[in-house]
Write a protein that binds this ligand. Structure first.
Ligand SMILES: Nc1ncnc2c1ncn2[C@@H]1O[C@H](COP(=O)(O)OP(=O)(O)OP(=O)(O)O)[C@@H](O)[C@H]1O
Ligand SMILES: Nc1nc2c(ncn2[C@H]2C[C@H](O)[C@@H](COP(=O)(O)OP(=O)(O)O)O2)c(=O)[nH]1
Length: 227
C-alpha cells in the first residue's frame, strides 16, 4: 500500500484554507477534513459534543480544546487507510499537542495573507449555513445570486466576517496560532505561502505537494480483480 500522507492547513479567517483544501483534495486524492464541517455534522446529529459546541459557536467563541479533541481525534484514528488534509484543526497549542500524540504529520501549510485582502474577501463571503459551502461575489459567485448552488437555499453572511469584528479575530488567530506555527517550524514540516490571490499561490502549493505525495492518488474505489 502507498504511504499515507497527513497534512494540516492553517491560516487566518478568509486566508483561503477551505478553497485551497478543495483544490488539494481534487488534485491529489486526499480526503479534505474540516473542523467546521465536523462540528456542523455533530450539531445536526445532536451528539453530546455537538450540543455543547453549539453553545460556543452561537456566541462567536472557539469551542474548548477538550471538546474539539474528543470530537476529532477518534475520527482521525479511524482513518487508518486514508491520506487526509485537515483544515481548521489544530488551532491552539493544546490541540496541536493532542494531535501529535495521535499521528505524525507529514506537512503543514500556513497561509500568510495581508489584512486588507482578508477584510475585502470576508466582507463579501457568503455562506450556506447547513453545508458550510462558501462563495465570494468576485471570486466564486453562486450561480444564482444569494442562493446555494446545490440546495438552492438562501446564503447568509456572518457578522463576525465584517470589518468591525475582523481585527479582534485576527489578533486572536495570531496569538493562538503563533506557538502552533513555531512547533511545526521546529519539526521542519512547516511551509508558508504568502500572497493576495489564491490562484497565484496555488501553483506553488501544487508543485510542493507533487514532490511529496505518492504519484498514484488514493481513491475510495475498490480494486476489482481481473477475471
Ligand atoms: N479547531 C477549532 N477549535 C475551536 N473551535 C473551532 C475549531 N474549528 C472550528 N471551530 C469553531 O467552529 C466555528 C466554525 O468553524 P469554520 O472553520 O467553519 O468557520 P470560521 O470560524 O468561519 O473559520 P474561517 O473563517 O477560518 O473559515 C468556528 O467559528 C469556531 O467557533
Ligand atoms: N477575491 C478573492 N476571493 C477569494 C480568493 N480565494 C478565496 N476567496 C474567497 C472565498 C471565500 O468567500 C473567502 C474566504 O476563503 P475561504 O476558503 O473560505 O477561507 P478560510 O476562511 O477557509 O481560510 O474568500 C482570492 O484569491 N480572491
Amino acid at each position: 500500500m502507498a504511504k499515507l500522507f497527513r497534512a494540516v492547513i492553517m491560516g487566518p479567517p478568509g486566508s483561503g484554507k477551505g478553497t485551497i483544501s478543495e483544490r488539494i483534495a481534487q488534485s491529489f486524492g486526499l480526503k479534505h477534513l474540516s473542523s467546521g464541517d465536523f462540528l456542523r455534522e455533530n450539531i445536526a446529529a445532536n451528539t453530546e459534543a455537538g450540543v455543547l459546541a453549539k453553545t460556543y459557536i452561537e456566541r462567536g467563541l472557539m469551542v474548548p480544546d477538550n471538546v474539539m479533541t474528543r470530537l476529532l481525534l477518534p475520527r482521525l484514528e479511524e482513518m487508518t487507510r486514508h491520506s487526509w488534509l485537515m483544515d481548521g484543526f489544530p488551532c491552539t497549542l493544546a490541540q496541536a499537542k493532542a494531535l501529535n500524540s495521535t499521528c505524525d504529520l507529514d506537512l503543514v501549510i500556513s497561509l500568510n495573507i495581508p489584512y486588507e485582502t482578508l477584510k475585502d474577501r470576508l466582507s463579501d463571503r457568503w455562506i450556506h449555513p447547513a453545508s458550510g459551502r462558501v462563495y465570494n461575489r468576485g471570486f466564486n459567485p453562486p450561480r444564482v445570486q444569494g442562493r446555494d448552488d446545490l440546495s438552492g437555499e438562501p446564503l447568509i453572511q456572518h457578522d463576525n466576517d465584517q470589518p468591525e469584528a475582523l481585527v479582534a479575530r485576527l489578533r486572536h488567530y495570531k496569538d493562538v496560532a503563533k506557538p502552533v506555527i513555531d512547533l511545526y517550524k521546529s519539526k521542519g514540516i512547516l511551509h508558508t505561502f504568502s500572497g493576495t490571490e489564491t490562484d497565484r499561490i496555488w501553483p506553488y502549493i501544487n508543485s510542493l505537494l507533487s514532490t511529496k505525495i505518492p504519484s498514484r492518488p488514493e481513491t475510495d474505489t475498490q480494486h476489482i480483480p481481473m477475471p
